[in-house]
Design a protein around this ligand. Sequence first.
Ligand code: CAA
Length: 257
Amino acid sequence: MSYETIVTEPRSKVGLIRLNRPQALNALNMQVLADLLAAARAFDRDDGIGAMVITGSEKAFAAGADIKEMQAKTYIDAYMQDFFSGWEDFARIRKPIIAAVAGYALGGGCELAMMCDFIIAADNAKFGQPEITLGVMPGMGGSQRLTRFIGKSKAMDLVLTGRMMDATEAERCGLVSRIVPVADLMEESMKAATKIADFSLPAVVMAKEAVNRSYETTLSEGLRFERRVFHSMFALDDQKEGMAAFTEKRKPHFSNR
Ligand code: CAA
């Protein structure tokens, strides 16, 4: 399948998606959203794929929503189109998605990275929510997700000053799970995704759902949800296989059932 603004490639069990608008530093316009959603949904449906990696270029993961596309919008356009709401569909993809971020991840770029399940950053990565410098504020989840991920003080700092933070600061405050040299970004990200894809797919998808649940519910409800999902895993062939392999001191062969 070929797309206008992204390039996709299934590599073994990993679906790789590369944003490809170099002339605009991968700014996220409506076509990017349509392409990304179609590609991620196709990988989500593909039984041969266990995880995805989304990346950009060495210079930019994505420099934000496309300012030129939204510049002339009126309030009624934005409201009636429910502008940006389509990105919530992306956040509902069920298989794990790693954001492999090099260069700028600004505005919508930072917000897209946060919709993924974790972020591996190159040492040249720069994160920020600079919308305030354009006379607006984050609109793809930044005010909510960033605050939950890094806390109020630092989120306010970024959202209100529009400053960028480097990879080291992003890792220190918990936005990023690891930093790697920019030359190793794809190898490390593909390695992590392959590792995930080799586990039991139902177990992985259930684990992702449970961790995400923690953002949307109380601790006691979240713990109850976790236990119910955990109990249900004893119906999986993969639970029998994983535990048998451990006791028999061999590698498990998961069947995704
Ligand atoms: N939208 C549209 N075009 C963009 C863009 C964006 N977000 N970011 C960069 N571009 C375009 C530039 O206009 C330029 O195009 P032209 O050559 O046609 O002029 C091209 O990409 C290269 O950009 P620069 O020449 O600016 O590159 P640079 O290396 O000098 O600067 C940068 C890089 C600091 C990232 C700078 O491009 C920049 O500040 N970009 C905008 C960042 C931003 O404000 N993002 C937030 C957008 S709003 C948003 O995302 C809302 C939301 O919550 C979803």
